[in-house]
Design a protein around this ligand. Structure first.
Ligand code: SR1
Ligand code: MG
Length: 400
């Protein structure tokens, strides 16, 4: 079938013909549930047996903007290959891919409807005690085993080729590392914080740090990143965590993924201004979020160091002192990228519901200012950082 976006009826017919998923007499029901910025997502369920799948189809443009912003369909291949590679490195932490159709840019995968999108869960005030352990393990394994530390360096170069993803990287380069720092027509911010935004545009000390982080994103092919690991790309329950949507996957700096997780926890932290009215309860939930930031870094770094000790393939990486410097660099990158990812969600094109759905514009402006201040402080800290505790201290300082 040549590429066209599937109607609901076509999605049902396609699913009915998938080998080994639904019984012959299936009574398939379909819903389009895509709420992201880029794709169609069909949920297909047999009302008789209860069997279900997700079919995700890439559109040839960015849904968030419209057909005026064309976008490669190859991202669907990248996403399905990344999911399969991540599953091989980290079983149980990503949805299983049943099939991929290159022509239709369509991936058929495990239905995770018993999970909820983590961003939604956090907005509802839920806590996820296993999240830090799961995401820390996911990042340590996927980043270590796709890097020059964990795989043969020639094979890695071949793998880099499979994951060259220029159009999706260009979105990140513009939306995260450029637009927010100038008066770009792509920007989108609450007029009540215009003064804060103008300060951002004039802050040359900040621009220098962002330029260096942007250079790292452009040039440091350290490991295969998920590339968009925010809390909207995570399906969760108290017991289970699944990283989804790696269509931005490419070879880049490891701290970009870890920074995405940290930033999105802190965006929710800032957004609590609008969600929990009682000051004591708000401060308790915020404490939980900061503990999670600390634990994400802790689980990631402990897992990564363990893998380094056990499975490192590079003799030179055993040089005394090298590992500690490497870990410090990942920490510093994590902090810098986390800052950039906070600023972009306040000033840039695409925002987050944790803050955007706060109904009162004044309260929203307050939350936005907290996020912006934390983001700027993290960017300025990045090259000097020594410990994740400095991130916690910054978050506490600006939420007072
Ligand atoms: C045009 S796409 C906007 C954003 O949505 C995705 O989730 C990425 O974060 C991207 O920057
Ligand atoms: Mg996405």
């Amino acid at each position: 079938m040549s590429y066209h976006s599937l109607s609901l009826e076509e999605a049902i017919r396609y699913a009915a013909n998938l080998p080994g998923i639904f019984p012959e007499n299936a009574d398939l029901q379909v819903r389009e549930i895509g709420d992201g910025n880029l794709n169609l997502v069909f949920h297909i369920k047999d009302s008789r047996s209860g069997a279900s799948v997700i079919m995700k189809q890439a559109l040839p443009y960015a849904k968030v903007v419209g057909e005026s912003w064309p976008l490669t369909l190859d991202r669907a291949r990248i996403e399905s290959e990344a999911l399969q590679l991540q599953e091989s490195l980290c079983p149980g932490l990503v949805p299983h891919v049943y099939a991929f159709d290159q022509e239709l840019a369509l991936t058929v995968m495990e239905d995770l409807s018993d999970h909820i999108i983590m961003r939604k869960g956090l907005i509802e005030g839920n806590r996820y005690p296993l999240f830090a352990e799961h995401v820390g393990k996911f990042m340590a394994h996927t980043l270590f085993y796709t890097s020059d530390l964990g795989m043969n360096q020639q094979a890695k170069k071949q793998q880099v080729k499979r994951f060259v993803n220029p159009e999706l990287c260009k979105i990140t380069e513009d939306l995260i590392f450029d637009d927010p720092y100038t008066d770009s027509s792509n920007n989108n911010y609450n007029p009540l914080i215009r003064e804060e935004v103008e300060k951002l545009w004039r802050d040359e000390e900040l621009h220098l740090e962002v330029a260096l982080l942007r250079e790292s994103f452009l040039t440091h092919a350290e490991a295969l990143l998920h590339g968009d690991l925010h809390t909207g790309s995570i399906f969760i329950t108290p017991e289970s965590t699944k990283m989804i949507d790696p269509e931005f996957a490419y070879y880049g700096p490891m701290g970009f993924d870890i920074g995405a997780v940290v930033a999105n926890l802190l965006l929710n932290y800032a957004g609590q201004e609008g969600w929990i009215k009682d000051a004591g309860q708000r401060s308790e939930f915020r404490q939980y979020l900061l503990d999670t930031v600390r634990d994400v870094w802790g689980h990631f770094s402990r897992n990564f160091v363990q893998l380094w000790e056990r499975d490192n393939v590079d003799r030179m990486a055993r040089t005394p002192g090298y590992r500690d410097l490497y870990m410090k660099k990942i920490l510093r990158d994590t902090i810098g990228f986390a800052g950039c990812k906070m600023v972009r969600r306040i000033v840039g094109l695409a925002h987050v519901a944790d803050i955007d759905t706060i109904a009162d514009p004044q309260v929203r402006a307050h939350a936005e200012t907290i996020a912006l201040n934390i983001g700027k402080a993290l960017i300025k800290l990045n090259r000097k950082a020594e410990s994740i505790e400095e991130v916690i201290a910054i978050a506490e300082q600006y939420a007072k």
